[in-house]
Write a protein that binds this ligand. Structure first.
Ligand SMILES: Cc1ncc(COP(=O)(O)O)c(C=O)c1O
Length: 279
């Protein structure tokens, strides 16, 4: 168990030392992998785009037939309390809602709500400058609009990704790509249209921000992207809360554009960093 004697976390109405926040073995998250979560950044004591994440957390819970025990305002107040107590410069807040302590290990019970705040590392500049190589894998998430706690496929593929000398895996089904285990996917076409898959994806908050920023200078489209189309793209990139916008320079054996991070991607990354600073 990661140890951090100074940190506090929340469980079912109580803020207590992080080490003491534990679940009983009967919880449905342990028994059946049943639960949802959400995750956002805190920079200089300020939650970044928190409202979007709280809304998505509520929507995930609704689609998963789980009841969030706090109102959005109560959740936000609890999160601000944790931020003040923990006083971390750059961190991630994770809210987790589980199926609860099940009598028979299957039927849902009263959900358990946990909130943790841990220090966060943002991508190093050399990773951004180099760009990523990614591989593809035949898979689509079971409930793409729900941020479930189930990352079994992504975690199972970690060794395969490492063996290929890649950084991540892009899910595809019948030649149509969707998303990464923890990120959304974009391409920039030869005519500078910025495109991201519309179906079978989590509606990423960074995806939404990237589309809005891109829309100021470029045409944007949410539609199907095929593996074949990726080979014709000028640039490609991924988006996520922790990774922001990261250029992709290779997908399987296909080199994207000139094999270097592109100007459109790098411009959007700077726009996103500026937007985060304005909050
Ligand atoms: C499956 C999946 N897709 C996309 C994302 C990116 O979403 P966001 O930009 O809100 O972090 C995540 C985030 O963890 C994810 O789990």
């Amino acid at each position: 168990m990661p140890s951090n004697p100074k940190l506090q976390a929340y469980i079912n109405g109580k803020i207590q030392p992080y080490e003491d926040v534990v679940l009983h073995i009967s919880d449905l998250s342990i028994q059946r992998g049943y639960g949802v979560f959400d995750f956002f950044k805190v920079q200089d004591g300020q939650p970044v785009f928190m409202k979007d994440y709280l809304e998505r957390f509520n929507e995930s819970a609704r689609l998963m037939e789980l009841q969030v025990p706090l109102t959005e305002k109560e959740l936000a107040d609890t999160i601000y309390q944790l931020i003040t107590i923990n006083n971390l410069p750059i961190s991630g807040i994770k809210m987790i809602l589980t199926g609860g302590y099940s009598g028979n290990g299957y039927d849902p019970a009263e959900p358990n709500l946990l909130i943790q705040q841990l220090p966060l590392l943002l991508p190093a500049p050399d990773i951004v400058a180099q760009g990523l190589k990614v591989i593809t894998h035949d898979h689509v998430r079971e409930m793409p609009r729900v941020k479930t706690i189930n990352y079994a496929m992504g975690i199972r593929l970690i060794k395969q990704i490492q063996k290929a000398g890649a950084s991540d895996v892009l899910y595809q089904k019948n030649g149509v790509v969707s998303e990464f285990p923890r990120c959304n996917f974009f391409i920039v076409t030869q005519d500078d249209t910025i495109v991201t898959p519309s179906e079978d994806v989590l509606l990423g908050v960074t995806r939404k921000n990237a589309l809005a920023l891109a829309g100021k200078n470029y045409k944007t489209e949410e539609r199907t992207i095929t593996i074949a189309e990726i080979a014709t793209a000028k640039e490609a990139f991924l988006t996520s809360t922790t990774k922001r916008i990261l250029p992709i320079v290779q997908v399987d054996n296909v080199i994207i554009g000139n094999g270097k991070p592109g100007a459109v991607t790098m411009g959007l990354l700077q726009d996103l960093i500026d937007l985060e600073k304005k909050l």
